[in-house]
Design a protein around this ligand. Sequence first.
Ligand code: ADP
Ligand code: TMP
Ligand code: ASP
Length: 237
Amino acid sequence: MQRNEELYKGKAKSVYTTDDADSLILLFRNDTSAFDGKRIEQLDRKGMVNNKFNAFIMEKLQAAGIPTHFVRLLSDQESVVKKLDMIPVECVVRNIAAGSIVRRLGVQEGLELTPPTFEFFLKNDELGDPMINDYHIQSFGWATADQVAKMKELTFKVNAVLKDLFLAGGMLLVDYKLEFGVFHGEVILGDEFSPDGCRLWDVETREKLDKDRFRQNLGNVIESYEMVGHRLGIHFD
Ligand code: ADP
Ligand code: TMP
Ligand code: ASP
């Protein structure tokens, strides 16, 4: 399968059309961004690591009955996916308080959240991805009530699968962000799941192993992503 024209260039990935109207190619670049794109740097190997990491996770989710856009790896930095009409919201589940919820609600980082909490954010960098609720999504026509319910259901299903997967590798799944889209009328998981869009802590030391290493200038960003992958049994070379 070949790349045709560039449909969209995001902060970390580029999206290309193909000869098949239902398929796209995602190119995972080395660009690493934080703070809604205010900071962007190139990190060696990052595109390849996230592409292979995402393929592994999407296949696990698919096997657990969660519909995903992932079709197959095409090359080190490219994957074939189903072309979705993306719903412009981000679905976040938090098992442990970290990041924006600590700032917004003044809670302690590390607080265990029982039950895990759920938040929607509008995907809009200019506005700084503001938090929104179910009503906003319906009132502004971003998705229907049924689609909102489906996104929540699938996002929690992902939690059940991935919490155990990461724990088996000695890691806590602190939180994560998912994006969904519609394919022939069905809501399915799109975009990516990688250490760029989740928080992972070592279960013993609570060391941060995800993109917070980049956001907080902790160093060894990609080394850490690769270590996470190795702990799950992913081979990168
Ligand atoms: P961003 O847009 O946040 O900068 P990326 O750099 O990751 O993010 O760009 C990838 C873009 O592709 C995102 O806007 C995402 O919503 C979109 N996307 C992901 N999967 C699909 C898909 N299967 N079909 C259509 N668009 C997709
Ligand atoms: P937050 O603490 O900044 O709200 O983020 C929660 C989780 O979702 C964290 O793992 C990072 C991820 N996330 C993204 O990857 N992109 C985004 O635009 C947002 C808002 C969150
Ligand atoms: N992914 C978003 C960005 O690149 C948010 C973040 O990770 O901080 O700006």
